[in-house]
Design a binder for this molecule. Structure first.
Ligand code: PLP
Ligand code: COI
Length: 363
């Protein structure tokens, strides 16, 4: 790919959402239904590399019915958030990590690398032009969705020769309808998310398409999220549909499934592991089976469990259901270490605590 940073053509939206409508929409923020005035777009063509970078009015893409993404799902994405700090700065949390993971996903899906500097410039320029869309209320933020898809008009099964990279932005509130209440989890028996050698570690749309029927089953069982077990033995806990999972033991240590190619290497996961270790908490990245989970919950050895991710932040797991029964963790309440880690993370993300790691990126 090209090495010189791309220069962006900035075309402001001449018909932005009226201020009064935007402020009214901010009153009741859900997740992913409201969008800002602009988007960032960069195109890639074989032989030419990345080109035509622009910030422009958010609008539909004209797409040919034979565009390869519509047939073979060559698509990847990222999820990150911009926050408005109390002193008025607009900040991103570890955006370089998203840029790097995006390229890891691209490589797995036989898509071109986007130089990290161009990924970051697209995100920064979009946040800068739509800065008034960053909500200020506690628990709210501007969710950013960078993505790339195969746009060549071609039905052969091979990597596309054209791609569109785009970033859109959505002001969001809490991911779960219950807000900060502990969530309930359904343990999928019939479905797995990713097999060894598959695409589990890539953030590709197909992984989420495959998870939807399991997530629908979770809803049908009255649960907020599905947790997947490994594909080979159907024994080991992997992750949720859109979050990594952590367990807090009686001795104060933490267990979380290791990265082995079948789960997404979460940036929240990595950050919480670092924060916990700095507090002197032992974190074991090791396989944990559903049988151990059940037994540890029954014996009281398991004190807390939580899910984490950009969209969900840190959510305590209160109830676990499976076909033969259900159990609670921590009496169905949010535990003290879950709360402490969430507060430490959110404090850094929102610019309230000292950013000793250099995780905050001011725009
Ligand atoms: N696992 C899956 C399947 C996800 O979709 C996400 C969300 O992006 C995560 C884990 C958490 O990753 P991160 O903390 O980088 O948002
Ligand atoms: C994110 O946390 O950014 C994700 O992509 C997960 C999805 C459930 C929204």
């Amino acid at each position: 790919s090209n090495s010189a940073p791309l220069s962006f053509d900035i075309k402001p939206n001449t018909n932005p959402m009226p201020e009064t409508d935007r402020l009214a929409a901010f009153e009741n923020l859900g997740f992913g239904t409201l969008f800002t005035d602009h988007m960032a777009v960069i195109r890639w063509s074989e032989g030419k590399g990345w080109h035509s970078a622009e910030i422009t009015a958010r609008a539909p893409f004209p797409i040919d019915p034979a565009a390869s993404v519509l047939h073979y799902a060559q698509e990847i994405f990222e999820g990150m958030k911009a926050y408005r700090t109390a002193d008025g700065r607009a900040v991103l949390f570890r955006p370089e990590e998203n840029a790097r993971r995006f390229n890891e996903s691209a490589r797995r899906m036989a898509m071109p690398d986007l130089p990290e500097a161009d990924f970051l410039a697209a995100v920064e320029k979009l946040v800068a032009i739509d800065a008034k869309w960053i909500p200020k209320a506690e628990g709210s933020s501007l969710y950013l969705r960078p993505f790339m898809f195969a746009s060549e008009t071609f039905l052969g099964v091979r990597p596309s020769k054209e791609y569109i990279f785009c970033v859109i932005a959505s002001p969001v509130g809490p991911y779960f309808k219950g807000g900060a209440k502990p969530v309930s989890i359904w343990v999928s028996q019939d479905y797995t998310r990713a097999a060894p050698g598959g695409t589990g570690a890539a953030k590709c749309g197909g992984n989420y398409a495959a998870s939807l029927v399991a997530q629908a089953e979770a809803y049908a069982k009255g649960c907020d999220q599905v947790v997947f077990l490994d594909a080979a033995e159907h024994k080991w806990v992997e992750e949720l549909g859109g979050m990594n999972v952590f367990f807090v033991m009686e001795d104060g240590s933490i267990v979380t499934p290791p990265l082995g190619g079948t789960i997404l290497p979460g940036i929240t996961r990595k950050s919480l592991i670092a924060l916990a270790r700095e507090e002197g908490v032992t974190v074991n990245e090791k396989p944990y089976s559903f049988d151990e989970w059940k037994a540890d919950a029954a014996s009281g050895r398991l004190k807390e469990a939580f899910a984490c991710g950009t969209a969900a932040v840190v959510a305590a797991i209160g109830t676990v259901k499976y076909p033969q029964g259900e159990f609670q963790i921590g009496g169905g309440e949010t535990g003290p270490l879950t709360t402490r880690l969430r507060d430490a993370l959110v404090g850094i993300q929102r610019g309230q605590s000292n950013d000793r790691h250099g995780w905050i990126h001011v725009i």
